[in-house]
Write a protein that binds this ligand. Structure first.
Ligand SMILES: Nc1nc2c(c(=O)[nH]1)N[C@H]1C(S)=C(S)[C@@H](COP(=O)(O)OP(=O)(O)OC[C@H]3O[C@@H](n4cnc5c(=O)[nH]c(N)nc54)[C@H](O)[C@@H]3O)O[C@H]1N2
Ligand SMILES: Nc1nc2c(c(=O)[nH]1)N[C@H]1C(S)=C(S)[C@@H](COP(=O)(O)OP(=O)(O)OC[C@H]3O[C@@H](n4cnc5c(=O)[nH]c(N)nc54)[C@H](O)[C@@H]3O)O[C@H]1N2
Ligand SMILES: [Mo]
Length: 748
């Protein structure tokens, strides 16, 4: 028995090798990604032994042998542990603990004990502290603005169930669609996939869905497709609000009772404050959606029970706070907030668990430990700013903060050369610190850009427990094969490092730690009257399923007279707090602001959407058969409309070069009527593979094109979706893809 972010399975093992991941019989809807598991575990690009970059080993020279191009020298574990321990000690002594950046963002593996990022956090906290990060790439903007507007972070609070929607919703406005592709996964493992079926049931019940999306097939057939110019949803929502207001279709009683600041927002809508009426014609000019269609949707929403859902992706954009805020405001004007099947919700179609009943107990998990440098974190997506500008100051959620001087980067369980934007800029800034240490099972681009690479086991080489609160399953992740090469568990690496630094290890054996973690989850479940079997019983059976409950909409409390945790106790349509920060890029109420990226529209006229990949999880499993089968001549497939393809002489299957001022990459072209003209789609996750001579990324990684700017001074979230590009047919000699080749490893 085993589990992963993409589902539970049984590992079939032959001759000491995993040969197949057989879907867990408790999963009614297992996903295709299991087909890649066996391939990657035994892949030739596993890191076999500890390896140190030659330039670093021979005197830390950066100039002649920059990170990412140098060769590596293999060393023994004893030597590797000694090098890391000494370097951590030196950096702490010379520059203080804040010089160690251990934020280490990333999904790592599903097991809650061997969660690499958490293991790293515990180790660095116990040995003096470190600079960490706050926030996520998933919902960087909204997790800052929602608490200001609602008093809580509604990104993952499942306010609506699939059953609620089936039973109560009549009109469902789906901003960003409801892609089942993203419901293949959930962080911490999926025992039983429920999302795609829940969606199908809701739609079968007769809900009218409107997929507002530059891409058609991001909602099931039968849902109306409403194309939109990327990044303009806030203008659409404002236009809808204007129609509701001027046609007196808004719920004045709800606004009076439960919100604050509507009148100030209304004068923005009518143009009383800036002379521009934000009517349907105004919105049409920005979004590309006809004014009559906008009026029609507003009227329909005002006379039917309406749900507005917004996928997380919409806030991964310049001013990404705004569509979220405006989703709440429009739902407030409709008045259905807090009623089943009405109001707003986030994250439908962003992961499997959203919309499924969840248990309010703390599933088994590992605590991070107390970081002595808590409070000094950097916003997660500002890592390159921090590397470029030590001591520089910046705005964040009402504070003026200062970047630390980073001398050492320590990463375990994440892949910044996958997840960060503008990888050319990251590659340059990444050369600055004295030392980069990475734990990885594979020679990922991040591992290749490190000085010291420590080989980590995959989850199939160790015992662990997978659990999420939404899923209801707790699954034993049993060791199926021996560690490959000299790989060690992340926890074991930190145990050895702790010993070298004279610090006591936080647990005795893994078995003890798993028991302790499980028992804490069991006690938490008992606290709400749920009985979990004792550890042995759970481990022997391999899984346990908790009874399910119906999620409660936290906003139902508002209607019951309970104030929200905002300064006014109400939904803040106008926020005095945010207004008081005086930011030019996030004011007191939702506002349309054209992105800076559009200033280059002349040269780079196409919007790039880099959504999550269907064939893998981020960069994980990219080397597996499922992901590789979907590539075109070894490159990631991009999609564009027939009109844009024809205008550029591009045919199905051609290799194209996608470019802008930040960089360029190769991709295989797919011509489709499912993508709106003016848009090109390239999913994330192809391993970064720059040509050493031309610099062109050869494999189709969109992050060489995306912009590395904060959403605003408020949240400083990442903004990958605000990217303009040009596409051209690539007729040159096709360079080889070397993404999955290990680096040069030299003898000593
Ligand atoms: N352009 C663009 N970029 C994006 C996004 C987008 O929409 N567009 N989305 C963003 C979002 S929402 C996210 S969450 C990020 C995801 O970014 P990441 O979470 O960084 O991506 P992963 O590929 O999951 O990286 C996890 C890494 O951990 C490693 N790993 C797995 N198990 C273990 C283990 O047990 N030990 C160790 N040491 N390592 C392990 C894997 O090999 C992999 O390299 O990407 C972001 N980037
Ligand atoms: N298979 C798989 N599933 C995953 C992941 C994965 O890597 N693989 N990653 C997981 C993670 S970490 C996260 S955070 C979630 C992310 O979940 P999301 O952030 O919701 O997902 P995305 O795939 O980025 O985009 C969702 C939709 O938004 C649309 N969209 C993009 N820009 C705009 C716009 O400006 N306007 C409108 N109206 N629509 C727009 C896209 O066309 C797409 O249909 O997915 C999770 N699920
Ligand atoms: Mo994410």
């Amino acid at each position: 028995m085993h589990s992963a972010h993409w589902g539970a399975f049984r590992a079939r093992v032959e001759g000491g090798r995993v040969v197949e991941a057989v879907p867990f019989e408790g999963d009614p809807d297992p996903v295709d990604l299991l087909g890649s598991v066996a391939d990657v575990v035994h892949a030739p690009n596993r890191v076999a032994r500890p390896a140190v970059r030659r330039g670093w080993l021979e005197g830390r020279s950066r100039a002649e042998s920059p990170r990412g191009r140098d060769e590596f020298v293999e060393v023994s574990w004893d030597e590797a542990i000694d090098l890391v321990a000494r370097e951590l000690t030196r950096v702490r002594a010379e520059h203080g603990s804040e010089a160690i950046f251990g934020g280490s963002y990333g999904w790592a593996s599903a097991g809650r004990f061997h969660h690499a990022k958490t293991q790293l956090a515990r180790f660095l906290s116990a040995t003096g502290g470190y600079t960490s990060h706050v926030g996520t790439y998933s919902f960087g903007a909204s997790s800052v603005i929602l608490p200001r507007v609602l008093g809580f972070d509604a990104n993952t609070s499942d306010s609506h169930s699939w059953e609620d929607i089936a039973e109560h919703t009549e009109t469902w406005l789906m901003l960003g669609g409801v892609p089942t592709r993203n419901m293949k996964v959930d962080s911490g493992g999926v025992g039983a996939h429920r999302g795609a079926r829940g969606l199908a049931r809701a739609l079968a019940a007769g809900v009218r869905g409107i997929n507002v999306n530059p891409i058609r097939d991001e909602a099931p057939d039968g849902v109306e497709w409403q194309p939109i110019r990327p990044g303009t949803d806030v203008a659409l929502l404002i236009g809808l609000a204007h129609t509701l207001l001027v046609e007196d279709r808004h719920d004045r009683a709800f606004l009076d009772a439960y919100t604050t600041g509507f009148d100030r927002f209304a004068s923005y809508l009518t143009g009383e404050d800036d002379g521009v009426a934000k009517d349907a014609e105004w919105a049409a000019g920005i979004t590309g959606i006809a004014a009559e269609r906008i009026r029609g949707i507003a009227r329909d929403m005002s006379v039917t029970r309406t749900l507005i859902t917004t996928t997380w992706s919409l806030q991964r954009a310049e001013h990404g706070e705004q569509p979220y805020w405006m989703t709440v405001v429009l739902a407030a004007m409709l008045g259905g907030i807090g009623r089943p099947g009405e109001g707003f919700a986030f994250g439908f179609g962003s992961t499997d668990g959203i919309g499924s009943a969840s248990q309010r107990f703390r599933p088994p998990s590992l605590t991070k430990g107390a970081n002595p440098l808590a409070g000094r974190e950097i916003p997660v997506a500002r890592i390159v700013d921090a590397l470029e500008e030590p001591g520089g100051s910046y705005d964040f959620d009402g504070e003026r903060r200062t970047y630390p001087e980073i001398h050492l980067i320590y990463w375990a369980g994440g892949n910044p050369f996958h997840h960060h934007q503008d990888l050319g800029r990251l590659s340059a800034a990444w050369q600055r610190p004295d030392t980069v240490i990475v734990h990885e099972p594979w020679w990922t681009p991040t591992a290749k850009h490190a000085d010291i690479v420590l080989p980590a086991t995959t989850s199939l080489e160790r015992d662990d427990i997978a659990a999420t609160s939404s899923d209801g399953w707790i699954v034993a992740m049993k060791r199926a094969v021996d560690p490959l090469g000299e790989a060690l568990d992340d926890a074991e690496i930190f145990r050895r490092l702790s010993a070298a630094l004279g610090v006591e290890a936080p647990y005795r054996t893994v078995d003890d730690a798993l028991r302790e973690m499980y028992d804490a989850g069991r006690a938490s479940a008992a606290g709400i009257g749920l009985e979990l079997p004792p550890f042995e019983e759970f481990w022997d059976s391999g899984s346990v399923e908790l009874p399910r409950i119906t999620p409660r909409n936290p906003l139902a409390r508002l209607r019951a007279g309970e104030p929200l945790g905002t300064p006014s106790g109400r939904i803040e349509i106008f926020s005095e707090t945010i207004d008081g920060f005086g930011y030019d890029d996030c004011g007191g109420h939702p506002t349309w602001m054209p992105p800076r990226e559009w200033e280059n529209a002349g040269e780079h006229p196409l919007h790039l959407i880099s959504h999550q990949p269907s064939t893998r999880l981020h960069s994980q499993l990219d080397g597996g058969s499922v992901s590789r089968a979907a590539k075109i001549r070894g490159r990631e497939a991009c999609r564009l409309s027939a009109a844009d393809a024809a205008a550029r002489g591009i045919r199905e299957g051609d290799i194209v070069r996608i470019r802008n001022a930040r960089g360029s990459c190769l991709a295989g072209a797919t011509v489709t009527d499912a993508v709106a003209p003016g848009v090109v789609v390239l999913p994330t996750g192809a391993w970064f593979d720059p040509d050493p001579v031309t610099g062109i990324e050869r494999h189709g990684n969109p992050n060489v094109l995306t912009a590395d700017r904060g959403t605003s001074k408020l949240a400083q979230g990442s903004t990958a979706q605000t990217t303009l590009v040009e596409v051209e047919r690539f007729d040159g000699e096709l360079p080889p893809v070397e993404a999955f080749d290990p680096p040069r490893i030299a003898g000593r």
